[in-house]
Design a protein around this ligand. Structure first.
Ligand code: AR6
Length: 180
């Protein structure tokens, strides 16, 4: 595990299943219907139970790049922040800005909730096809920025599903924040 401690907070990279994390809020890589799907979205709804989907129904969807919050049902986390990353269309359709917005808007909700710990999956790099080598630096830059800002947020954990995804994030973190 690679950890970086910055101004009282920390950025952590781990391999695992985000549904198991007992953090204040986990982030879901949802689609704009917010009505569930495959990947991490399917895993969160399966483990969290029907209460999350019932709340999602009342939210009436979420545009790409934005985020919404529900409680976390049976999950160990307190909240699920649902965000919608961009579908990869080759890189010239505003994907990078939309991905950064998805992270920033998720973090804005975490700050509104005044939570201390948040866990993210690697948004858009599964079904949505965003190349992980290009997504990781955006994910890390936006979250490192949020940790520098004043507020309640202390710990951000990226939960990577595979060892190879973890290696990509570790390499990107070494680039973003070289060790002294
Ligand atoms: N914990 C952590 N990461 C996971 C887990 C898990 N339990 N399960 C999968 N991943 P994806 P997207 C990883 O496809 O690309 C859904 O159908 C996965 O290996 O879940 O943003 C939605 O409803 C990958 O690295 O999300 C949307 O329609 C990462 O999570 C669409 O997929 C993201 O992959 C969103 O696609």
């Amino acid at each position: 595990m690679r950890e970086l401690h910055a101004s009282g907070g920390g950025l952590h990279l781990i391999q695992g299943d985000i549904t198991k994390l007992a953090v204040d809020a986990i982030v879901n890589a949802a689609n704009s219907s917010l009505l569930g799907g495959g990947g991490v979205d399917g895993a969160i709804h399966a483990a969290g139970g029907p209460a999350i989907l019932a709340e999602c129904r009342r939210l009436g969807g979420c545009p790409t790049g934005e985020a919404r919050v529900t409680t976390a049902g049976k999950l160990p986390a307190r909240y699920v922040i649902h965000t919608v990353g961009p579908i990869w269309r080759g890189g010239y359709a505003g994907e990078a800005d939309l991905l950064a917005s998805a992270y920033r808007n998720s973090l804005a909700i975490a700050k509104e909730l005044q939570v201390a710990s948040v866990a993210f999956p690697s948004i858009s790099t599964g079904v949505y096809g965003y190349p992980i080598e290009q997504a990781a630096p955006i994910a890390l830059a936006t979250t490192l920025e949020a940790l520098q800002e004043p507020g309640s947020l202390r710990d951000i954990t990226f939960v990577l599903f595979s060892a190879s995804d973890l290696r990509v994030y570790e390499a990107a973190l070494a680039e973003a924040a070289p060790r002294p």
